[in-house]
Design a protein. Sequence first.
Length: 327
Amino acid sequence: MISIVIPCFNEEEALPVYYREMKKVMEEMKEQSFELLFVDDGSADGTLEWMRRMHQEDERCRYLSFSRNFGKEAAIYAGLSKAKGEYVAVMDADLQDPPSLLPEMYRILQEEPYDSVATRRSTRAGEPWLRSKLSGCFYGFVNRISKTQIVSGARDYRLMKRSMVDAILELQEYSRFTKGMFGWVGFRTRWLEFENVERCAGETKWKLGKLFLYALEGIGGFSTAPLFLAPFLGCLLCLAAVATGTVSLIAALAGGGHVQGIVLLAALVLLVGGIQLVCSGISAWYLSRTYLEAKHRPIYILQESSEDKQTRVMLVPVKKESRYETA
């Protein structure tokens, strides 16, 4: 069986389009059995209703629905943990991850010595210029400071063998960065390139602010380099302070004047205060991550799934003796 995990957040418009395209691929690969595992990440539109409808019409469609929005990383984890297939893929519902690549990905795992087939965009055509540049800067920076290498342009879209999926599920941290986890667990990976594809419907949920926070998760989760940035910066500032004081003293002696003590004192106070704030801020960042992990909160909370009993509880007005009855 091939399990396809599809995290969804407000994808009401994209789901029917995705399902039509995925049906074509499943028909092409009819010798394999499939399950489509949709994960509703607390959507506020009709996404969950579409999932229920698809489950009723096609038994290969399963779904999970969260009690609120927990984020795409939690949705991917939930889908991987509930997937039943020997092969598991992660794929977006907006068709930016082309389902047409799936037959080739499956063939590679069958015929070549790889544990996963991952995808990356060869171009970012159609993407805003600023977003493309910032993304490139992030990949370059994180690969310099982390031992876990993340391929530039990498997508979450990949097909994995069960052994790799089980290894990823062993990583139970609350703050998750799946792209980094794929690289951290290792395993032999083959990369497929494809040109950037625009969304089939709806709007992107990844605004610049959200992408920035996601980048911080990647840096904090797979690198301790920022911890060493604080003492390095402190040394540079101290050297700058010594140099400034020395130059001021030499200039004062050469000119026959004196060093203005109040100015020098104010500069030193600001310098020391700045160093302390930088060091405290970086330490607090990592301490906050430790705090979240120490709580051992669940990565997600499940409200409904396709495995639930089909009977549903509705509240309807009845006689005065009791205000509601269960239907």
